[in-house]
Design a protein around this ligand. Structure first.
Ligand SMILES: *Cc1c(COP(=O)(O)O)cnc(C)c1O
Length: 384
């Protein structure tokens, strides 16, 4: 509870001052590094473990996350958009490889080469455009090719792939770094689609020029070594989400979300709490109002279903989550522990990301990437 009095080790310049902040997001970079090493150890020594840091490292902050991963030994990063890549290049310097999942946009070719970014080419048109650009520039620049093995989202569909195989000229003068594909149900270990996509990917690789292959996201790293190929690309597991749902979480928790109690009231006669009057305090109920709401990413469908913790004590969300506030039933929490200024765990040791996401009817990915910007952020890192 004295977190609130301790000056933060490394606040971002644009996060609210520690004294004024109503909510705190603590990001444990040591846990992040541990998680990358845990992923890395799942595969053989000659398999490279990259890191996916798209969407601001799943909401945790791309700069600090990527620097921490780099210090843990990560040399290859994936982001979704070219602007994420440009920003990451500034942060990481010229050493690491940065790959852009969402591919080549018409007219953006020079931005890729200027910032040393590797496009993941997702269609025949992108392949031809990159080849033409590189030919014009007089030098082949690295690129990846994404083939669709069953996701039907990005990557060369079967007919375009067949054209590439029939006419290998499409690939001449390309400096191909990786061929990649993406699994659609890797978190369900016994789903037949995993083996189907694996067989298809292998079949495709036979017809492609020899180069590195990358297939595994977080969950696939834990499926079996067959899925590892040359490069793995974990995302969500790095940030503490369980890549093996239904089994114990092998990852360390990275994130803690806390908010201050603003006010506590005792309701003696039956009275409703919050918008919509969806909770009725029956009398002799204590309600704590907390400085966090759905605008901060604490989702509204946690109304009457979320559980916060004050120390070891659970405090259920009572009534609707509103934009900037939520109300907790703290009747069973010792009074001395719930005073204005006390910090409450919304995501923490007793209510990790996966549990909160499940209660909210969503997944850890969405919960993390939906976290807002009004927190005072604290990055814990034993190295700095
Ligand atoms: C987001 C993404 C990943 C990372 O997936 P996780 O499930 O978060 O590990 C890997 N590959 C592609 C193509 C992605 O879009």
């Amino acid at each position: 509870m004295n977190d609130i009095l301790t000056p933060p080790p490394s606040p971002l310049p644009n996060t609210p001052d520690v004294r004024r902040a109503g909510a705190f997001l603590t990001i444990d970079l040591d846990a992040l590094k541990t998680n990358w090493l845990t992923c890395d150890r799942q595969s053989a020594d000659d398999v490279e473990t990259a890191a996916v840091v798209k969407a601001a490292a799943y909401g945790l902050g791309a700069e600090r996350a990527a620097l921490a991963l780099q210090s843990a030994g990560c040399k290859t990063f994936f982001v979704a958009t070219i602007d994420e890549g440009i920003h990451l290049r500034e942060v990481l310097g010229s050493g690491p490889a940065i790959h852009i999942f969402n591919g080549l946009m018409d007219g953006a070719e020079r931005d890729f080469t200027h910032h040393q970014l590797t496009p993941v080419l997702n269609s025949l048109a992108e392949i031809d455009a990159w080849r033409a650009y590189c030919t014009g520039a007089g030098e082949a620049q690295p690129c990846d090719i994404h083939v669709d093995t069953g996701m039907s989202r990005l990557g060369l569909p079967d007919d375009e792939l067949q054209k590439v195989i029939d006419d290998p000229d499409h690939l001449t003068h390309l400096k191909l770094d990786m061929i990649l594909s993406h699994l659609s149900v890797s978190e369900i270990t016994d789903h037949p689609k995993n083996a189907e996509q694996l067989a298809k990917f292998r079949q495709i690789l036979v017809h492609m020029p020899p180069t590195r292959a990358a297939f595994a996201n977080s969950s696939a790293i834990f499926l079996s070594p067959e899925y590892h190929f040359d490069v793995t690309r974990p995302g969500v597991a790095l940030y503490g989400v369980n890549p093996t749902p239904g089994q114990p979480n092998p990852m360390a928790q990275v994130l803690r979300l806390q908010a201050k109690i603003l006010q506590v009231r005792t309701i003696d006669t039956p009275q409703t709490v919050g918008y919509g009057a969806t909770h009725t305090a029956q009398g002799c109920e204590r309600i704590a109002t907390v400085s966090l709401g759905y605008a901060d990413g604490y989702r509204r469908n946690l109304s009457n279903s979320g559980v916060a913790y004050i120390g070891e004590y659970p405090a259920p969300v009572a009534g609707r989550v509103s934009m900037d506030l939520l109300t907790l039933d703290v009747s069973n929490v010792p009074e001395a522990l719930c005073r204005p200024g006390t910090l409450v765990d919304l995501i923490g040791p007793h209510n990790p990301v996966d549990d909160v996401a499940e209660r909210a009817g969503t997944i850890g990915y969405e919960l993390l990437t939906g976290l807002g910007t009004r927190f005072h952020r604290v990055y814990l890192d034993s190295e700095t």
